[in-house]
Structure formats: C-alpha cells, structure tokens
Design a protein around this ligand. Structure first.
Ligand code: AVI
Length: 321
C-alpha cells in the first residue's frame, strides 16, 4: 500500500466539512447565488466528471491527450536529462500522467488531490506500471503552497497541471494559484499546464451541455450533495442545468436555474429562488496564447513554448519559474 499523507489544517477533505457548509450558506445568501465549483467533486461528482471526459462533445480531454502524445518527445528534449520529481496538481485519475512520465527522466511522482480515494486508486495503477518510480501521494488542497516530501529534495521539479482546471478559477485566483505553485516548486522549476482555447460559441456551449445530459447530472449532483450533507431540501426537479458563454469575460458559465418559484432549507436556513433565478456553479475560462502567457507571467511563470492541436482547440504550455 502506498502511504497517503493528509495535510490537516490547511487541506480540506472530501465529504461534509465546515468549509462546504460555509461556502454554501454564504453563496446562497448573495444576490447572485453562487457555489464554488470545487464542491462538485464528491465521489459521484468525480465519477460523472470522468464520464464527461469521454463525451463526444467534450473535446478538451482527448485534444489535450493528443497534444501530449504529439509533443511529448519535444517536451522531453526541452527538459533535458535532469531527473525530475513530477508534482501533479489535482491529480484525479491521472490518466495523462504516463504520457509525461514516458517522455522525461522522472524519479518521483507527487500527486496532490483533495480526494484521497481517487488518489489511492490512481497511484496503485501507476505503481504497477512504474515499479521504480517513488510515489508520494498527498491529500491536500493544492490551492495553498504545499511542502514537498523530503525525499524529492535533490531532483528538478516539474509541475503538471493538465485538464485546463486553471480555467475554473477567476483570473485573480488563477494568478494566486500559479504563485502558490511557484512557491511549492521553487525557482528554476518547470510547469506544464493545459489551457482551453477560445473558439466558436456553439462548440463551447455544446461541450458543457451535452445531448446525453451527463453535464446536467454533474451540475445537479451539487444540489444532491447539499441535500445529503447539509440537511438540504432543494427540490431537484425544479432546477435545470444551464450553460452559457460570457463573451466579455471569455468564459463558459454553468448555473442551476429555478424553473418556478421555490423555497427550501439548507442547514436550517431558508432560501428562496424566484423562477428564472440561478445559482452560479462554475466558470470555465478560455484563453488564447497571449492571454495565457500574460496570466502565467502574473503568476511568476515565463512561457517557454505553447503546443496546440492542429485545429487550435486546446493548448499545453511549458513555462519556467
Ligand atoms: C475540470 N474542469 C477543467 C472542467 C471544465 O471543463 O471546466 C469541469 C467541467 N465542467 C463541466 N464540464 C466539465
């Protein structure tokens, strides 16, 4: 068994937590109701997200995989013959990791994820495939600086943040996260990070409102989670999934919209929603090479090169601290 380190105090574990309660109660009291997207990922939410990544409409996962496959050798060459500790932020199921591990000299792998359960599963798979790799899973909230295991001290550091998860943060928070990653990894380290690119509105909206309704189920699962973990009485049948493009802010927004006037309770507090009112549940910001490079710079990272698919749907950027 691979030992799992938990960062108590700073990290937030999955399941009912005071932080979840505080975020939901505070968010539902605002004029535009809002719940941070990170609360999507309970066990069911993580499963539904895995399902999303296989949908025909959801191009980011397979496009990014294609980019990594096409450019892994070049990335490996740019990183040279240094031996690296690869630190993956929000590792989840870590399906893209082997593409990177096969292309560079990796001595250690440090996946950081808020869900210990998913971490454990993915580490076991990787341990079988890479018996010589030292794996140090860390159950922690990667938005805060993390102290890396002592054993990785001598190696070069490569941060890996695929999936365009950076897009789920507002630019200010994204910058803070990039700075925090820089603090975790140190000066001179590298970061390989995925960004979803700006494209036609129709393609973007379809990716977040698929015909089979998996993304709708993913969005609604947040309400189910609130009902289960926070003594909620949200009438699920009166909420519908909404995905829309906000051109001004270059992002897809997901909302849960009330289809009629409703009233419910969460942790004993009353909440009302008028018909048409929404709970804003997610932002997914889209970038172009310039706006991504600017964001990276603000976070302390200099872009070395960006790699895209031939259609320019997605990009993976190699940056240096
Ligand atoms: C995890 N994240 C990058 C996904 C995205 O595309 O913003 C989450 C997601 N939400 C709906 N579909 C996928």
């Amino acid at each position: 068994d691979i030992p799992l380190e938990t960062e108590t105090g700073r990290g937030q574990r999955s399941g009912a937590s005071p932080a979840f309660r505080a975020d939901v109660l505070e968010g539902l009291a605002q004029a535009q109701k809002v719940i941070p997207a990170r609360w999507f990922y309970d066990h069911r939410g993580s499963e539904l997200f895995e399902e999303i990544t296989r949908l025909p409409e959801y191009y980011p996962t397979r496009t990014e995989t294609g980019i990594l496959m096409a450019h892994a050798t070049r990335i490996g060459r740019m990183l040279g013959s240094t031996h690296y500790a690869v630190v993956e932020f929000g590792a989840g199921s870590a399906t893209k990791t082997p593409l990177l591990l096969d292309a560079i000299w990796a001595d250690a792998y440090v996946p950081i994820d808020i869900s210990g359960e998913f971490l454990r599963e993915s580490c076991e798979v990787l341990a079988q495939r890479y018996p010589d790799l030292a794996i140090h899973p860390l159950e922690a909230d990667f938005t805060c600086p993390v102290r890396l295991p002592r054993e990785t001290a001598g190696a070069g550091r490569l941060g890996f943040f695929p999936g365009s998860t950076i897009g789920n943060l507002e630019p200010y928070d994204a910058t803070e996260l990039l700075r925090s990653m820089r603090e975790t990894l140190g000066t001179g380290s590298y970061l390989l990070i995925g960004f979803d690119r700006i494209k036609a509105e129709r393609e973007l909206v379809e990716a977040y409102d698929d015909a089979s309704g998996v993304t709708a189920a993913f969005n609604l699962n947040l309400a189910t989670r609130i009902n289960r973990e926070l003594e909620g009485t949200i009438p699920l049948e009166d909420l519908r999934h909404l995905a829309r493009w906000n051109a001004q802010r270059s992002r897809i927004e997901m909302h849960l919209e009330a289809t009629r006037d409703i009233a419910f309770e969460v942790c004993g507090r009353s909440v009302e929603m008028a018909r048409g009112e929404t709970i804003h549940t997610e932002n997914s910001h889209k970038y172009d090479p310039r706006s991504a490079a600017t964001l990276l710079l603000a976070g302390g990272w200099e872009t070395l090169e960006h790699f895209s698919d031939p259609e320019g749907r997605f990009m993976v950027i190699l940056a240096r601290a």
